[in-house]
Design a protein around this ligand. Structure first.
Ligand SMILES: Nc1ncnc2c1ncn2[C@@H]1O[C@H](COP(=O)(O)OP(=O)(O)OP(=O)(O)O)[C@@H](O)[C@H]1O
Length: 258
């Protein structure tokens, strides 16, 4: 690993049974970069993230985070990374405060520190009024905010976000985008997977497109645009072989009307 590289993948391959999902991913991410990791459904984005956070040890190739091997040093890595999944099972009979207390204790944070920080973060995400309400009745966006806080509570150096804006309202999206930007400015490394192209375009220093388990484009948005001067959405559609959506939509409507 070079001195500032935080994530390194070498010939990363993953099979689920006989299905070859990742077919050789090579990647080096430097400290402070915001990497947008995008690709069509089923391309292997979540699988890559799960390998990087030590959830899937059964892969071939090499994967290190902060210079540590994800196979053998997963626990040490987990202390220094945050992970915000798209849909995690929250213990929703708990209140946000109880849940964050539980998560903070797993990271061995001091109880008073957890309480103070949780209240602050819940307030900033407009959840102060619900801090002590059971999460069973929470909307998707409210749950997503709690998940976001729980992934950041221990102030991790590297943050893995898998569709973190899922269910958030427009104001919350703007706020979380700004939080991501400021986290990166403070030196955190962010590995961000999403389908929301305009957000990826705006927040990423570097965009990596994967399709069918391989990297098919890697660069800043400006670099990718040099190949084709168009929006990330159009570029994505072309590179991943999904242009012609208008025709597909027309066929869909025709099929509905049959
Ligand atoms: N636990 C599993 N067992 C078997 N196959 C799996 C498992 N998890 C994922 N897959 C398969 O691996 C492939 C990649 O899945 P993955 O979730 O990594 O894709 P993705 O790029 O994150 O997709 P999406 O954009 O839909 O979230 C898919 O074909 C999926 O069906």
């Amino acid at each position: 690993m070079t001195s500032s590289s935080v994530i390194e993948l070498k010939d990363l391959q993953k099979h689920y049974g006989s299905t070859h999902v990742l077919k050789g991913i090579d990647l080096t991410v430097s400290a402070g970069q915001v990497v947008g990791y995008i690709g069509p459904n089923g391309a292997g984005k979540s699988t890559t993230l799960k390998i990087l956070i030590g959830m899937l040890p059964d892969f071939t190739g090499e994967a290190t985070v902060l210079g540590m091997d994800v196979r053998t040093q997963a626990l040490d890595i987990k202390r220094r990374i945050g992970y915000v999944p798209e849909n995690a099972a929250l213990y929703d009979t708990l209140t946000p405060m109880e849940y964050l207390q539980f998560v903070g204790q797993l990271y061995e944070l001091d109880n008073a520190h957890i309480e103070r920080k949780s209240l602050d973060l819940l307030r900033l995400l407009q959840l102060a009024d619900h801090a002590n309400a059971r999460m069973t009745t929470f909307s998707k966006g409210m749950r997503q905010k709690v998940l976001l806080i729980s992934g950041l509570l221990h102030n991790p150096d590297v943050i893995f976000l898998d569709e973190p804006l899922s269910g958030l309202d427009a104001n919350a999206v703007v706020l979380v985008k700004e939080i991501i930007r400021q986290l990166a400015n403070s030196g955190k490394t962010i590995f961000y997977s999403s389908h929301i192209m305009d957000v990826v375009e705006k927040i990423s220093d570097r965009i990596i497109i994967i399709a069918q388990g391989r990297i098919i484009a890697d660069g800043t948005f400006a670099e990718l645009q040099q190949q084709r001067p168009e929006s990330l959405e159009q570029l994505f559609a072309e590179l991943t072989g999904n242009d012609g959506q208008t025709m597909v939509a027309e066929e869909f409507i025709q099929a509905l009307n049959l």
